[in-house]
Design a binder for this molecule. Structure first.
Ligand SMILES: O=C(O)CCC(=O)C(=O)O
Length: 420
């Protein structure tokens, strides 16, 4: 991971921002006041969002979508092996200007997207995982999603009891086993800190403060290290295998593209994998197989940004970073080894995966804009259904509906790493 508050170099004046900063400013959400004249006076009419020109943002297509390829971007041949777990419409891209960067449009099938969204709110942000709120609520806020759905508030007495319990045992107060993954009816300890009345903060206001959660060993932004000694659950196996598949795909596709002289250079040939725990080959010069053990889950709402940074806290930067997008579209900037290199803006949509491997692993990247004003894909909408119209489809759609409403103004990113 990276420093929590990335700063521009102090010597730089605002008059001469870096190329990366200039691009961030171009895409950031800006609100401006609008005025009208009334009785000879200038009166505020309210605030509006300044229109952003997104024409330079590369919006690459799925398989079957015929779009001209921008110069320096190569679509990698499907026969090189898109894993069977990915939809046939997935399409992979390499970039001459960014060796080691792989974008897989539509990598995650809709059902998997919905599942990861539900887990992000009901499991990933639950103790023992650390979140933005761990500093203020050291025992975590178990059941927070269910509490938002029921309009509950944090109860001071319940919170104190929860903290005491945590202090006494030093262990987790996570959602009890068997709690439904939609968080609809958490029971036992998890509901005790929430109640209908009182003056405590609403669960909804707390959820909006949740900017990140860590999976696997928690990351400490002050010490800039992974806290292996802290109580934690292992990275969910599904994320581990998904990231491993994508890293393997990046190794074979980018390796082949580099050999053919188009994009992808900077990644060592051969698939990297710890499928079934077996080490095979290497990626990006790493001497060991890629075995992801941690992830950062970022939650973005309107106006939220992630400043340009390099993820450099992992022990081996030779291992790739695999980043999954869910929910609202976003503008992703990928630059070079310094902020002076002009970045390429890419549009990321729900279900897309980005692999930063080889040279790209050491490059500045960030998210200056989340586009909360666009419709979500049908599979993520409250009324969206995939496949048939059986009662279980209808049940799944009903269970997903509250998440779909929330996603209309939220983006989730899960970046999976090998920290060892
Ligand atoms: O949200 C994204 O797409 C990027 C996330 C990222 O850069 C990170 O977690 O390091």
């Amino acid at each position: 991971m990276y420093a929590e508050h990335e700063q521009e170099a102090p010597a730089r004046s605002e008059a001469a921002p870096t190329a990366f900063r200039a691009a961030e400013k171009l895409y950031q959400l800006r609100r401006e006041q609008i005025f009208r004249q009334r009785k000879g006076k200038r009166v505020s009419k309210g605030v509006t969002v300044r229109a952003t020109d997104l024409t330079s943002v590369l919006d690459l297509g799925l398989a079957g979508e015929e779009r001209p390829l921008p110069l320096g971007v190569a679509r990698l041949p499907a026969q090189l092996g898109v894993p069977s777990c990915m939809p046939p419409s997935a399409a992979a891209y390499a970039f001459d200007a960014h060796p080691g960067l792989l974008l897989v449009r539509g990598a995650l099938p809709p059902g998997l997207q919905r599942q990861l969204v539900m887990e992000a709110f009901t499991r990933f942000c639950e103790p023992p995982n650390h979140t933005t709120l761990t500093r203020t609520h050291p025992a975590g806020l178990p059941g927070i999603w269910a509490a938002t759905q029921q309009g509950l508030r944090l109860q001071p007495a319940g919170q104190a009891a929860c903290e005491a319990a945590s202090g006494a045992t030093g262990t987790d107060v996570s959602t009890p086993d068997g709690a439904p993954s939609d968080g609809s009816a958490s029971s036992g300890r998890t509901t005790s800190i929430w109640g209908a009345g009182g003056g405590g903060p609403t669960a909804d206001s707390l959820l909006r403060k949740l900017r990140w959660a860590t999976l696997g060993p928690p990351y400490d932004w002050t010490q800039r290290r992974y806290l292996r000694e802290a109580v934690h659950d292992p990275l969910p196996p599904q994320l581990r295998s998904l990231a491993t598949e994508l890293a393997g795909l990046a190794a074979s596709l980018l390796g082949a593209a580099a050999a053919a002289g188009s994009g992808g250079g900077g990644v060592a040939d051969g698939a990297a994998s710890c499928r079934n725990g077996a080490a095979e080959g290497s990626l990006g010069g790493a001497s060991q197989a890629f075995c992801p053990d941690a992830a950062l889950v970022n939650f973005y709402y309107e106006g939220d940004t992630l400043n340009g940074h390099v993820d450099d806290a992992e022990n081996s930067l030779g291992q790739p970073l695999v980043s999954l997008s869910l929910g609202c579209d976003a503008v992703f900037l990928i630059g070079g080894h310094t902020r002076d290199v002009p970045p390429t803006p890419l549009l990321l949509r729900s279900g897309d995966a980005v692999v930063l491997a080889g040279d790209a692993r050491r490059c500045y990247h960030g998210v200056p804009r989340v586009l909360t004003d666009r419709p979500l894909p049908a599979a993520l909408r409250a009324d969206g259904r995939e496949g048939g119209s059986s009662s279980s489809d209808a049940g799944n759609a009903a269970a997903f509906a509250p998440f779909a409403r929330h996603l209309q103004h939220c983006r989730i990113n899960i970046s999976v790493r090998d920290t060892r």
